[in-house]
Structure formats: structure tokens, C-alpha cells
Design a protein around this ligand. Structure first.
Ligand code: ZN
Length: 279
């Protein structure tokens, strides 16, 4: 059924609402890493899209064990070259409350992930000076301006692979001092892999907690008070990113990206050692 359906955009999004409302059809995409069953295809406001329902294939695993390459392979297999990631992230800035929404503008890799490189394919580093596609991000920004809530543009996302845990107080204070906005565990290497594959990539994030909420939660535990979890209902947070995606699709203008589709640092002349040493 995919032969006659070519998605314009792939969106990584856990939205039952969109799937039900637009009657998207679940399909399985077979990749070199195995099948991906959580794919939904269909038209949303006349835009052919494919939704990948989150980043976990089957079981939930620590963020550094997520198969990001498999997700990117799905995008390639269906012939799309635009990808939007949606994220639930942690707050850094005490002035930004939970539920705050962001369009991503840059990222900081607090690394320790690695990808398995197929050694029969030549390697090159991704050009990541501007990790997000400005065309795609601008259209998301336009959509976000029509929301009844504020959306922060050009947000800096710290990508931290949690070992698995979330941030300490001192880490958050350090990130805040640096002027970084939000912290999460999945934007990279997804962004890097998108770039390596000449895919336009953009991100929308919603903040699920904030430093004071986390402190209150612990203080309440210490005082043996009735503990209310500090994490706002994830569903109500996700509703905000879903709203932006719907508005984005409603106003979507098709484009060919001269930047992401061409950006590549491949050295075509690479040899293991200079030709004159060959005999
Ligand atoms: Zn682009």
C-alpha cells in the first residue's frame, strides 16, 4: 500500500488524537534492523504524512539504547526528506514553568551515545553548525504564533543521555548559567542522523517539569506529606505539541530545501594512504 503513498513529512509523535481524527492507517515498515510496526499513514489537511508513534520499538529502553538509525531508515524507505521530532523535556530555567513549549534552534550534545557504523559505507562527520532546518522550523514557528499559549523560539536543547537518570540540581544550575533552555535525551543523535541523510529536521518540545517542582516533590516526601507527583500529566503537555503540529499541517507550504538536501562533508577523494605508495 506504500507504493502509491509517498509521505511529504514524517513526524515522530505520540498522538492518538491525530491518528483517530484523520483515520490514519497503521502500517509496518521493514528495515535492515527489523520491522517497525508503530507507523501510521494518511492525509492530514491534504498533506500526506507518516507518523512514527514515538522512539521505542517494542520495549522501553534507556535513551542511549534507542535505535535512532532504524527510525531514520524508515524515513528513507518511505522516500521522505522532511522529519519533525516532538519531545517531552525537562526544564532548566526557573522562570519557565512546566507546560512551556519550544521550537528548537540549536543543541548541545552532552554526548556519550554512539551509533553503529556500517564499515562497508564511507563515513563522514555531519555538518551541524545549524542543526535544524530553517525552512521547516520557520513553518513550525508560524504555526506556534497562532497558539493560545506562548512558544519560545530558537530554544537550545541540551541532549544528555541519562545513564539512566535525570539531571541533578547542580547540572541544571550550570545549564541555566549557560543560557540553555531545556534538557532531554533523544534529540541527538536523531538530529545528526537526519543531517547525515540530507533530511530536513526540526523539533518542537514541551517542558514536563521545572526545578522548583522537583524540589517541592522531594521536600514533601521529606516531610511525609501527601506527595503529588511533580510531573504534570504528560498527556496535557503533549496536547500542546499536537496542536502546533496540526496548525503546521493546516498551513504547510511544500518546499524543496536547497540547504539540508545538499549539505554534506563527504570527501570523495579519500584514500587510505597516498596513491604514490601503491605499487
Ligand atoms: Zn532543510
Amino acid at each position: 500500500m506504500l507504493e502509491d503513498f509517498k509521505p511529504e513529512i514524517v513526524i515522530i509523535l505520540r498522538s492518538d488524537e491525530i491518528i483517530k481524527k484523520f483515520k490514519l492507517k497503521r502500517v509496518t515498515i521493514n528495515t535492515s534492523f527489523g520491522p517497525v510496526h508503530r507507523c501510521y499513514i494518511g492525509y492530514v489537511y491534504n498533506v500526506p504524512i507518516l507518523i512514527i508513534y514515538g522512539r521505542f520499538n517494542g520495549e522501553k529502553v534507556p535513551s542511549n539504547q534507542i535505535n535512532y538509525q532504524q527510525t531514520i531508515e524508515v524515513v528513507k524507505i518511505v522516500g521522505a526528506n522532511k522529519l519533525i521530532g516532538t519531545f517531552v523535556v525537562g526544564g532548566i530555567n526557573p522562570k519557565m514553568p512546566q507546560g512551556s513549549v519550544y521550537i528548537l534552534g540549536d543543541l548541545i550534545g552532552i554526548g556519550n551515545y554512539d551509533i553503529k557504523w556500517n564499515q562497508t559505507v564511507p563515513f563522514h562527520n555531519a555538518e551541524m553548525y545549524e542543526p535544524f532546518c530553517s525552512n521547516l522550523s520557520n513553518q513550525l514557528l508560524e504555526a506556534s504564533k497562532k497558539m493560545p499559549f506562548l512558544v519560545k523560539d530558537k530554544a537550545i536543547y541540551v541532549c544528555f543521555h541519562g545513564y539512566p537518570r535525570i539531571e541533578t540540581k547542580s547540572e541544571l544550575e550550570f545549564y541555566n548559567k549557560m543560557g540553555w533552555d531545556i534538557v532531554g535525551q533523544t534529540c541527538d543523535p536523531e538530529a545528526t542522523l537526519a543531517r547525515l541523510n540530507q533530511i530536513c529536521y526540526a523539533g518542537v518540545a514541551v517542558q514536563i517539569d521545572d526545578p522548583s517542582g522537583r524540589l517541592n516533590y522531594i521536600e514533601n516526601l521529606k516531610q511525609n506529606k501527601e506527595t503529588v507527583t511533580y510531573v504534570e500529566d504528560i498527556k496535557s503537555c503533549r496536547e500542546r505539541t499536537t496542536k502546533i503540529i496540526l496548525q503546521f499541517l493546516k498551513n504547510y507550504r511544500k518546499y524543496d530545501c536547497d540547504v539540508c538536501n545538499k549539505m554534506i562533508r563527504k570527501n570523495k577523494n579519500f584514500r587510505e594512504f597516498p596513491d604514490y605508495f601503491y605499487e
